[in-house]
Design a binder for this molecule. Structure first.
Ligand SMILES: Nc1ncnc2c1ncn2[C@@H]1O[C@H](COP(=O)(O)OP(=O)(O)OP(=O)(O)O)[C@@H](O)[C@H]1O
Length: 299
């Protein structure tokens, strides 16, 4: 039998007293705990430490697997995003980036593994609407704005929450709402375009507007899929600045292939491959990883 840590303190010649001193504990013989009890205590302590690590994170994926017709699109994927962190996700086509986002947002259910938000919320048990309501916003690659409405109205409609779009347009804004819209327009570089129809924006400005519409829902975590695809170089640079500003108050996960943009983000990078994390760290570290060069950057 191995020595086990004794959880009691023996008094000289007498029975054990509780370590914390106080008032309870009837007299007990001073015996070591059964080895199984010791193992169980160690297991519980380990679980408690894991639970604590999970509770300190905003997004926690562990051992996540998802197969489509026997093909593992996500394969034992583990990924942790801290509160207030921005993370860039890179990786070759088919690496599982979109499927990972689908799992986080409840569009796809994993076959195995844990997916937790804000410590304790098991996302695998929530549907898409509930996940959006609890503060996870997603921007797809193609912007979907209301083209026949002004930029400001697009943001007001997203602020409206449970109001219908029609009601939102008739609704008289409170001073607080006007300020929020103004702040979002400023963050998304669209103040001068507030009265412009969304249809008349450039592609890059439409992407920013959609980011603004997400911000109007006040998400704690933003998932952004290839935001700079099709943007000019100037728009790409501005998008990096814009996302860095947003990430001062929220967590952001950005999937992107444009390495100039990823460098401008200047954040930790995760490279996915065949549904798992292939490499993780600074962009310099990840791009110097021979495995990343082989499957992605060297192509
Ligand atoms: N609904 C589905 N049914 C069958 N296979 C799927 C489905 N969704 C994804 N896959 C497969 O899973 C793998 C991962 O796809 P996924 O779209 O997640 O990759 P990705 O990293 O986002 O790629 P890309 O950079 O091209 O967008 C691919 O081989 C894809 O064909």
């Amino acid at each position: 039998m191995t020595d086990a840590p004794d959880t009691t303190t023996a008094t000289a010649g007498g029975p054990a007293a509780p370590a914390s001193g106080a008032d309870v504990a009837p007299a007990q013989p001073n015996v070591s705990p059964h080895p199984y009890a010791t193992q169980r205590a160690a297991l519980l302590a380990e679980r408690e430490a894991l639970g604590q690590a999970r509770r300190d994170t905003l997004l926690y994926l562990d051992g996540v697997t998802k197969s489509f017709d026997g093909f593992k699109a996500i394969n034992n994927l583990s990924l942790v995003i801290q509160k207030g962190e921005m993370r860039a996700i890179i990786g070759p086509n088919g690496a599982g980036k979109t499927t990972m986002m689908d799992i986080i947002t409840g569009k796809t259910r994993p076959d195995e593994g844990e997916v937790y938000f804000a410590g304790d919320v098991d996302l695998t048990k929530q549907d898409e609407a509930a996940i959006a309501n609890m503060g996870i916003g997603r921007k797809f690659q193609k912007p979907t704005v209301f083209e026949s409405h002004t930029v400001a109205d697009n943001i007001r409609m997203s602020l409206a929450g449970s109001r219908s779009i029609f009601a939102a347009l008739l609704h008289r804004d409170s001073a607080g709402e006007r300020q929020t819209v103004a702040d979002i327009l400023e963050t998304t570089r669209l103040t001068a375009k507030a009265g412009t129809l969304a249809a008349d924006l450039s592609h890059g400005q439409k992407q920013w507007l959609e980011i603004g519409m997400l911000l109007a829902q006040d998400p704690e975590l933003l998932l952004v899929d290839e935001p700079v695809a099709g943007m000019t170089d100037a728009e790409t640079e501005e998008t990096a600045r814009l996302l860095r500003e947003i990430a001062r108050t929220r967590s952001v996960v950005v999937v992107e292939h444009d390495m100039h943009f990823v460098r401008a983000l200047d954040v930790k990078v995760t490279c996915l491959h065949e549904g798992s994390v292939l490499s993780e760290g600074t962009l310099d570290h990840v791009s110097a990883d021979p495995r990343v060069v082989e499957v992605y950057l060297g192509r």
